[in-house]
Design a protein around this ligand. Sequence first.
Ligand SMILES: Nc1ccn([C@@H]2O[C@H](COP(=O)(O)OP(=O)(O)OP(=O)(O)O)[C@@H](O)[C@H]2O)c(=O)n1
Ligand SMILES: C[C@](O)(CO)[C@H](O)COP(=O)(O)O
Length: 231
Amino acid sequence: MTEHIPPDLYAVVPCAGVGQRAGAGGPKQYADVAGRSLVAHTLEALAAVTRLKAVLVVLSPGDTAFPVHAPDFAGWVCHGGGATRADTVAQGLRELLARGARLHDWVLVHDAARCLVRPEWIDTLIDACLPDPVGGLLALPVPDTLKRESDGRVGETVDRGGMWQAQTPQMFRLGPLMAALASATGNVTDEASAIEATGQRPLLVPGSLENFKITWPADFALAERLLRTRP
Ligand SMILES: Nc1ccn([C@@H]2O[C@H](COP(=O)(O)OP(=O)(O)OP(=O)(O)O)[C@@H](O)[C@H]2O)c(=O)n1
Ligand SMILES: C[C@](O)(CO)[C@H](O)COP(=O)(O)O
C-alpha cells in the first residue's frame, strides 16, 4: 500500500556517453568549462533543488574519471551505463529501486551534458508535473523555419506549427517509466518518447534557451561565456 505514502523525488543523471560529436578527445561530461567539469556544473544545479531526495549518476562500466571531475558530489553513483542513453537511464531506474525508491516515486532524468540548467527551471518543472497524472519535460517551441535535408539541399520545408524541442529534466513516475523503457522499440532518444509510446501525453513545460545540450565543439565556448557571465 506504499502508493498512499506521498511520493519522493529523485534525479537520475545519465553520464555514460562518449561525446563523439563534441570532439573533446574524451567523454564531454569531463571537459572543463568555466573552471570545472561540465558534469560538476550540472550536479551543482541539481544539488540546489531541495525537493530531490537523492541524485543518482549513472557511469560507464569501469569509469574511474568521475570522482576526479566531480570531487564535491555527495550523491549516489552506479556503474551500469549502457550502449544507448535509454539503456543507461533504465539501469539508473533499477538502481533507484534497489536503493529503496518506490514505483510511485517521481524521477527527474537530466543529461549530464546540459550543464547550464538552473535550479529554478527544475523547480518550475516539478511544480508543473507534481499535480499531473503523466509527468512532463522542459521544452521550447521551435522559433525557426524548419527544413528537411535531402542530399545537402532542401528537400522540403516542414511545418513548424506545434513543434517543440525537448530538453531535460524529464519527470515521470518510476514504475511507468521503467515499464515504458522496457517495452520501447526503435530509437528512444528521451524518456517522453518512451512514455508516448504507451499512449500517454507528457506535459510540455516551457524551458530556457540557455538549457541547451553540449553537443558540438562550438557549444563549449558558448557555455563558457554564459557560465562566466552569470551572477
Ligand atoms: N549510452 C549513453 C549515451 C548518452 N548518455 C548521456 O546522455 C546525455 C545526452 O547524450 P548525448 O548528447 O548524445 O551524449 P553522448 O552520447 O556523449 O554524445 P554523442 O552522441 O555525440 O556521442 C549525456 O549526458 C550522455 O553522457 C549516457 O549516459 N549513455
Ligand atoms: C534527451 C535529450 O536531451 C532531449 O533533447 C536528447 O534527445 C538526448 O540527446 P541524444 O543525442 O538523442 O542522445
